[in-house]
Ligand binder design. Sequence first.
Ligand code: G3H
Ligand code: 13P
Ligand code: ZN
Length: 333
Amino acid sequence: MVSYKELGLVNTREMFAKAIKGGYAIPAFNFNNMEQLQAIIKASAETKSPVILQVSKGARNYANQTLLRYMAQGAVEYAKELGWEHPQICLHLDHGDSFELCKSCVDFGFSSVMIDASSLPYEENIALTKKVVDYAHQYDVTVEAELGVLAGVEDEVSSAVSHYTKPEEVVDFATRTGCDSLAISIGTSHGAYKFTPEQCTRDPKTGKLVPPPLAFDVLDAIMEQLPGFPIVLHGSSSVPQEYVDMINMYGGKLPDAVGIPEEQLRKAAASAVCKINIDSDSRLAFTAAVRKVFAEKPGEFDPRKYCGPARDLMEELYKHKIINVLGSNGKAE
Ligand code: G3H
Ligand code: 13P
Ligand code: ZN
């Protein structure tokens, strides 16, 4: 058993409470490799932003759980070396799908876990979430749960709407599970294709796809039911057009990729939404930078020469999110 406290990590309790009060959101950036981690820590240290390092089940398998634990510990030390006196870094399991996986993460030094039982029937979601909460809280590890199903690009608009979180369920769910935060469905979705072209309109000037707005009425109703309770938004990448264009220009193929407009995320961050999940944008930045090097310097075969530019572009992206979208800069001096 390794406690996250020994690694210098923090859970989400205090960071969420401050974020809700302060009208900003904590960035939750997924990572799978050293370059992503370096970029996240550098951006957070330089902007003094609390940060959640997110690891999916797939990322944990990819990176190895033991190595991951030391990477997280190393991240805290690296942050200090960069001059961040009191780093507020949380190591979080993203989309945990079983009690065993959540328990293993708690036992291996994670400071926060998500149990995503949102695809199960309501009562089963409650039972599994409560089981994880009961275990995690013994070690002061915070737990994120999910209610509602995030739409996939394959969904029809009507079925996407019908999967929104039901505001009438949230009080019962939060009370009976004891979860520390709640991921909700209000129209975001995972990946770089969040909406089909049919779900969007086209900007007559640029010809670009304009996605439908998020269901802020549902968010408002949830906040009314659970005043001050930490809300989480998954699937919050904006799919920056500049990265998509770069990827397509240098031999990639991402037709009609579309994300959540930043102004909508700014609006969410100012509310009880206190954790915003971003993974795809970092994948796009990485891929765009690597493709550029490969296209311009076909003779290059030193990974530092293409992973380095990828790291720089991701760092720029993370800083932009922290300062211009989430507003978490300067909140962890
Ligand atoms: O929500 C999913 C995250 O983007 C992680 O994706 O399971 O491919 O690591 P992954
Ligand atoms: P994106 O695919 O929009 O980056 O969402 C990531 C996410 O929600 C991770 O849990
Ligand atoms: Zn997610």
